[in-house]
Design a protein around this ligand. Structure first.
Ligand code: GTP
Ligand code: MG
Length: 330
């Protein structure tokens, strides 16, 4: 039994590729597991896999969705995803979750929140990318996006929690960045930084239903005013501020309407392609940096050399500059 056979879950790489390209979701799952693997023989196979499925495609559309925990991202994706499959789209949902303390429970919770979508034959849901660092998670997610596209999914949704650096990572891998907000929380309370609002291509106030509707309408006016003060974005896109209720499924079609407008505008003004090109180049350089770092720190002698110098630096017997020069001497 060759190692290729064993490491792809008892199927040959070529069969995995054929299954993936035919849109088989079980094969897609296996392929994502393979690219997430840290084993060096798996990494070789993954590289081959990615290389073989990579063909230029402009067919797909990648949407990032963020917002504080509990804002309703998963519930929204369920409603939005079902609406998309109903109009004939194939939808893949991936999630980026930088918090390592998230339990299996909430992943199960997500599955139930996306209950209908997860049963839909035209949808694929992958709860969480794994990785030892945020950069690793981002890398795995980017490759998972490529695999989903190769499997024929035309809308790829990436859900991420609105806390910390993960927004920037997701922004760099999507065509459209949707920020879900709540009415009445106030920006500080919602933990959403101005920088994240500025990154958004669309602000959507969720839970605009029942007793909350009035407050949501007021919040929409506030956010509209705020958005006007932001510097214009490179896409020359006027950021819409909308209302929705993921539970009552209102504002969902309208959201897709805005996205279609964005698509046609940015495909004709060139931003869509330009943005993807820039993202690919940025990814390329990030990977070079990660590789250099791995290469350096994995040298067996380097740990000790670093430790020695850490002590000298702490006791002010060695300058940081000299220490670094010494480490890179040869
Ligand atoms: N009233 C109302 N409740 C909603 C709406 N959308 C979501 N909820 C509720 O809000 C809670 C959180 O929803 P989720 O979809 O899990 O939120 P999330 O943003 O995915 O949360 P995390 O994945 O934990 O960050 C659930 O109890 C939902 O039922 C909505 O439009 N209206
Ligand atoms: Mg969620």
């Amino acid at each position: 039994m060759d190692s290729t056979f064993r490491r792809t879950g008892n199927i040959h790489l070529q069969d995995l590729i054929d299954g993936l390209l035919s849109g088989n979701r079980a094969f897609l799952s296996k392929a994502i597991t393979l690219v997430e693997s840290k084993r060096s023989d798996d990494k070789k196979l993954s590289a081959e896999l990615i290389d073989q499925i990579l063909k230029p495609t402009n067919k797909s559309f990648r949407i990032g969705i963020t917002g504080v925990p509990g804002v309703g991202k998963s519930t929204f994706i369920e409603a939005f995803g079902k609406m998309l499959t109903a109009i004939g789209k194939k939808v893949a949902v991936l999630s980026v979750d930088p918090s390592s303390n998230r339990t299996k429970g909430s992943i199960l919770g997500d599955k139930t929140r996306m209950d209908e979508l997860s049963k839909d034959p035209n949808a694929f849901i992958r709860p969480s990318a794994s990785g030892s660092s945020l950069g690793g998670v981002a890398h795995n997610t980017r490759e998972a996006i490529l695999l989903c596209e190769a499997a024929g999914f035309d809308v790829i949704i990436i859900e991420t929690v609105g806390v910390g650096q993960s927004e920037t990572l997701v922004k760099d891998m999507v065509d459209y960045f949707l920020l879900l907000m709540l009415a009445g929380g106030g920006d500080e309370l919602q933990g959403i930084k101005r920088g994240i609002m500025e990154m958004a291509d669309h602000i959507l106030i969720n839970k605009a239903d029942r007793d909350n509707l009035k407050a949501a309408k007021r919040a929409r006016e506030d956010y509209k005013n705020a958005v006007h003060l932001f510097p214009p974005n490179e896409a020359a896109w006027e950021v819409p501020v909308g209302l929705c209720s993921a539970i009552e499924k209102t504002g969902v079609k309208e959201t897709w309407g805005e996205i279609e407008k964005f698509l046609s505008q940015t495909k004709s003004n060139g931003w869509f392609d330009e943005n993807r090109k820039r993202q690919a180049l940025k990814w390329f350089h990030e990977r070079i940096q990660a590789r250099l770092e791995d290469h350096f720190y994995s040298k067996p002698e380097i740990k000790q050399e670093i430790k020695k110098r850490e002590e000298l630096i702490s006791s002010q017997k060695l300058s940081v500059r000299k220490a670094v020069d010494e480490l890179f001497k040869d």
